[in-house]
Design a protein around this ligand. Structure first.
Ligand SMILES: Nc1nc2c(ncn2[C@@H]2O[C@H](COP(=O)(O)OP(=O)(O)OP(=O)(O)O)[C@@H](O)[C@H]2O)c(=O)[nH]1
Length: 420
């Protein structure tokens, strides 16, 4: 009888709606971690590969309806009657129905939550704007490492375009983020963090990287300097003030420059913010100063409004409905990199080569993405792979789930850790 109850309980969970997968995931992960220990030799690559098809990933489709129970109701009633008697059978069925109802309620609540979280701008997406009506603006975002450039870009664009993490210099290349609203399209360029000496000029060893960033900034219609006000109030850095001053003194008459005093949410005493505003109020070369929190969104609406007003009549650079493949590829790299940084706390991610190896749209509309981490140290490979592939597996599961929700399609992510 116990066996029958267990069987029925298991059957209940496995016949639950698709959006209640975590239980299955727990089961699978338990089975996975119970695998016999394998030999982690240099040539044994089996545990260094994460393949999303081996894992169950929660379905995020809001329209998912609970699946029907697969066991025929007639046989269920007969079996329950024989085993439990009439009354018990009724109450068991009642419990099952209540659970189903609860699942349905949860699915509905989730769908409502998703609808509420959707940006109102999404309504504009299907509108076709004639080329002669289109307006464009290019915005370069510049600032000291960790100032919050990536978080602000992500907030404005609405998708993950840049890896956000607690470590500095996480932005490894320029990533384009696009915001299209009505007739206006704004392209954001996220520049790598600039490390500066106290005179406001770059260190020699960083020169190539920094020169790149500096030479690009003249090309933008608007240049936004992002500045971490919390850091300024707690651990002031003269290099950052010099960076702000230096950008202001660069002569370029038709380029608008903005100062974004960021992370205001971290400042407890608001009068401290006034002091900072006072300090920068007569700064030459800047058109506007905004107090914002790029992470929480405070003040970002005003900033976007200002940017929309600066847009000029010029055809859009990007198709607003379909993300260009190049942007999607960058997003896939950034999302995986962000998960890597979340799970590997040592400095090693910076020494590891991270490459997109394959990108294919499959016949069923899903995406097959293969990325490799390449290292020349066996010790680094071991850290990345984790015990019996647990670390690379976790990175893969989380990245896969996020990519599915960004691209709104099935993603088959394959990650591999290789030795050079
Ligand atoms: N509280 C708070 N934290 C923020 C805000 N903006 C960014 N952060 C955090 O600050 C850290 C750095 O943010 P990033 O967006 O990666 O900074 P970045 O300027 O792009 O950094 P680099 O890539 O190193 O140049 C992350 O931990 C963010 O979550 C903000 O407005 N408020």
């Amino acid at each position: 009888m116990k066996a029958l109850i267990t069987l029925r309980t298991l059957k209940y969970f496995t016949s639950k709606p698709r959006n209640s997968q975590p239980f299955k995931s727990i089961l699978l992960s338990h089975f996975f971690s119970a695998e016999p220990e394998r030999n982690d030799s240099e040539n044994d690559n089996s545990d260094s590969v994460f393949d999303s098809s081996h894992y169950t990933i929660p379905n995020i489709d809001a329209n998912t309806t609970p699946q029907e129970l697969t066991w025929d109701e007639k046989y269920r009633r007969r079996a329950d009657k024989l085993v439990f008697g009439k009354e018990t059978q009724k109450s068991k069925l009642k419990i099952l129905r209540e659970r189903e109802e609860e699942e349905r309620r949860r699915a509905l609540a989730k769908a409502l939550l998703q609808a509420a979280l959707q940006r109102p701008d999404d309504e504009d997406e299907d509108e076709v704007v004639r080329e002669e009506d289109q307006k464009s603006l290019s915005v370069g975002i510049i600032g000291a490492p960790n100032a919050g450039k990536s978080a602000l870009t992500n907030f404005m664009v609405g998708t993950k375009v840049s890896a956000v993490s607690r470590k500095t210099n996480t932005t490894i290349h320029e990533v384009l983020g696009i915001m299209t609203k009505g007739e206006t399209q704004i392209c954001f360029f996220d520049t790598p963090g600039l490390a500066l000496k106290s005179n406001g000029y770059p260190y020699k060893d960083m020169k190539a990287r920094v020169d790149n960033a500096w030479s690009a900034i003249d090309l933008y219609d608007v240049l936004m300097v992002v500045f971490d006000v919390h850091r300024h109030l707690t651990r002031p850095d003269s290099r950052v003030v010099r960076l702000i001053e230096r950008v202001g003194t660069k002569a370029k008459t038709n380029q608008k420059r903005l100062l974004c005093i960021n992370k205001v949410d971290l400042v407890e005493k608001k009068k401290d913010l006034l002091k900072v505003a006072e300090q920068f109020k007569d700064l030459p070369g800047y058109d506007r100063c905004f107090m914002i929190s790029g992470l929480k969104g405070a003040g970002v609406k005003d900033l976007i409004k200002y940017l929309m007003e600066q847009a000029v009549k010029r055809p859009w650079d990007e198709d607003p409905v379909n993300m260009s493949e190049e942007v999607m590829k960058n997003i896939s790299l950034e999302v995986v990199r962000e998960k890597l940084l979340d799970h590997v706390h040592q400095e090693i991610p910076y020494g590891i080569e991270h490459r997109l190896i394959d990108w294919k749209e499959l016949q069923d509309g899903s995406l097959r993405i293969e990325q490799h981490f390449i290292t020349h140290k066996l010790s680094q490979r071991k850290i990345l792979v984790g015990k019996r592939g647990s670390k690379i597996g976790r990175i893969g599961i989380e990245a896969n789930e996020e990519l599915r929700s960004i691209f709104k399609k099935e993603v088959h992510l394959i990650l591999q850790v290789r030795l050079k």
